[in-house]
Design a protein around this ligand. Structure first.
Ligand code: MRU
Length: 363
């Protein structure tokens, strides 16, 4: 996608071939800055500190992190140490573990001397695959938006939560890919962007992306969605996800479940877009089995933004001494999901049998 008219991906090999570069997402929307990751520890920090974030992108960054580690030492011990360490950088999105384990399985049978070059090529291959997958999700989901427009014959209003756009992937995004697909095809649409406290990925990242692409949108406080749905102002909701169980339960940014409940109560279709590596085939009950990341309470007690004199600053919003807690994700049971939109097609009213039938080639 383009930033000020220049095409970018979120992660790419540096021109000197010695590092990868990323867009530093902690600086958006007020500053566009790129960062160089030269070591495995740089990649780990970028994932932990959310300079890169979003399930598919942290999977690809994990893969490049292994490639960087192989340049420092490519023995079995070094490979396993790097894989074990990077897989732990964030707990909820299964794509990180998927990317790292794919690298481990690919590299383990190779002679040690070949691993560094092969790892670099494989990480680039995973990144390219992500772009193809998301473009395909865009086509399948774009058809859904077009069919709503064909019935409604006026602007399609779409609610989204968090950032599941191109910044959360290598390119295109998952939940936003259908929006870009339909918008580029000339379908009149408008996006309600949940701000997504506490880190405000909607207000900071989704709004920035949509702005760059010229997509009409309005940022709303997280609590607004139910009201809009009650008044017929939302035609569909679409979100991304960090892990989907084999039975179709969806784990995504905290607050997603409440939107799914409101959508269910108001007859608003609730779609979830995902690449197939987001399915964790080893678990079935999302509420019981998915580890939920707990992040620093400071993300709740403090907020940052642009001051009137143009400086980015952080302020405290809670009384000094009030404790806060910060769960990063929640689980939406499959029964609240209208359909999963994958690169291979759409799974209506998802369950294990339907998911397996569509995606079994990826297992
Ligand atoms: O904590 P984050 O910003 O990494 O959480 C991201 C999300 O919850 C996204 O909605 C999800 O990863 C889907 S991304 C295509």
């Amino acid at each position: 996608m383009k930033v000020n008219g220049i095409p970018y991906r979120t992660i790419w090999p540096a021109a000197d071939g010695q590092a990868v570069e990323i867009i530093d997402q902690t600086k958006l929307p007020h500053m566009f800055k790129t960062l160089r990751l030269s070591t495995m520890l740089d990649a780990e920090r970028a994932i932990k500190d959310m300079e890169v974030r979003g399930a598919p992108l942290i999977g690809v960054t994990g893969a490049y992190g292994i490639a960087l580690a192989m340049r420092e030492g490519s023995s079995d011990a070094a490979l396993n140490k790097a894989c074990d360490r990077l897989a732990e950088a964030r707990p909820t999105a299964v794509n990180l573990r998927w990317g790292v384990e794919r690298m481990r399985a690919f590299l383990t049978p190779l002679p040690e001397n070949d691993r560094a070059a092969a790892a670099w090529r494989e990480a680039a291959h995973i990144a390219d695959e992500d772009v193809e997958i998301n473009a395909s999700i865009g086509r399948h989901g774009g058809d859904i938006i077009k069919s709503i427009y064909d019935k409604k014959k006026s602007t399609v209003n779409i609610l989204t939560h968090c950032n599941a756009g191109w910044l959360a992937t290598v390119d295109w995004g998952t939940a936003l890919a259908p929006i870009y697909n339909a918008f580029d095809a000339g379908i009149p649409l408008h996006v309600w962007v949940d701000e997504t406290r506490p880190r405000n990925q909607g207000a900071s990242l989704t709004a920035w992306e949509l702005n760059q692409h010229g997509v009409p949108h309005t940022v709303i406080a997280d609590n607004t969605g139910g009201h809009l749905m009650q008044h017929g102002m939302v035609d569909m909701a679409i979100v991304g996800c960090d892990r989907v169980t084999a039975a179709g339960d969806v784990c995504n940014k905290i607050g997603t479940y409440l939107k799914a409940l409101a959508a269910n109560d108001n007859g608003v279709p609730f779609y979830v877009a995902l690449p197939s590596p987001t399915v964790d085939w080893t678990i079935f009950d999302g509420v019981k089995e998915i580890p939920i990341e707990e992040r620093s309470a400071a993300e709740v007690t403090h907020i940052s933004g642009l001051s009137d004199d143009g400086q980015v600053c952080t302020v405290q919003v809670t009384p000094t001494g009030s404790p806060a807690i910060n769960y990063g994700f929640d689980v939406t049971p499959a029964r609240l999901v209208t359909a999963l939109i994958t690169e291979k097609g759409v799974v209506l009213k998802p369950d294990q049998a339907k998911l397996e039938k569509l995606l079994q080639a990826t297992r």
